[in-house]
Design a protein around this ligand. Sequence first.
Ligand SMILES: [Zn+2]
Ligand SMILES: [Zn+2]
Length: 323
Amino acid sequence: MAAHRQSRPWSGGEVALPSPSPPAYDPSCYLCPGNARVSGKANPPYTGTFVFDNDHPCVGPDAPQVLAPPPAPYRVTPATGIARVVCYSPRHDITLAELPVEGVDELLATWQEQMRELAARRDVNHVLIFENKGEAVGVSNPHPHCQIYATNFAFKFIETEARVSARHQQETGRGLFQDILRAERHDGRRILSEQPTAIAFVPFFARYAYEVYVAPTSTHASIATLSDAERRDLATVLRDVVIRFDNLWKMPFPYVMALHQAPTDGSIHRGFHFHIEFHPPLRKPNLLKYLAGPEIGGGNFLSDTSPEAKAAELIAAAGPHYR
Ligand SMILES: [Zn+2]
Ligand SMILES: [Zn+2]
């Protein structure tokens, strides 16, 4: 944390402010209902969430299965799996923050179905569900959607979280995330939103200025096992957070959102607590947090802001949505 130097004269990269609101339907959008995608397939006239296999998958049946062995110490193994896209709704212009709570709940139910189906596959050891939102994180198509990577390997953060959660459980007999929730409640300053079974907070250890965690309060390895009541609470808290993001500067707020779920590799991952992480790249309305010497060169995050101050801004940006 280096919040003391925030008034230094220059920091970060300028980002263009977002273009005006898109139309409700865009005839040139490959995600809108009825339109043709790059594969030539046409989208059905869908009315709720819509899931399809990614036409340009990073993992898929067309990737090479036989790899030339490299010289030591290098090793290679094929990355296999399934890549899908989930459209949040037929509306080209309605982001997660502008969906009614029923729409967010429907999306979470879709994630549950996907998770149950994909986790049951023997060739899938982990399911990463994520949304890249906004031009600041490289999104070219504004139609609100997320992606699913169901792979034969677990991503690095998941691997680390599974390892430290299991170690903490073994050393203390308690869940690491439960201890985090206890500490966050004890402090209280960084909690943004709460429902009987769900919570959102800026973590003590936030790397990005507006980093937010959203989670059920009970420990679940993934979203798949949430009850309908827990899912509804999670939808309510999730929606509350993304509305706060947009309200902060009265503009669509860019972020990377990722569901962190335990690997589905057949082992028991004790203490792993499903949660959703938001990593917003902006520090100010048009100022990007640059990853540079400390982050890229050294491997540690240097935060120019204090999590308490940023949480206070989000606490003050309560709904309804500014639009
Ligand atoms: Zn569209
Ligand atoms: Zn995580």
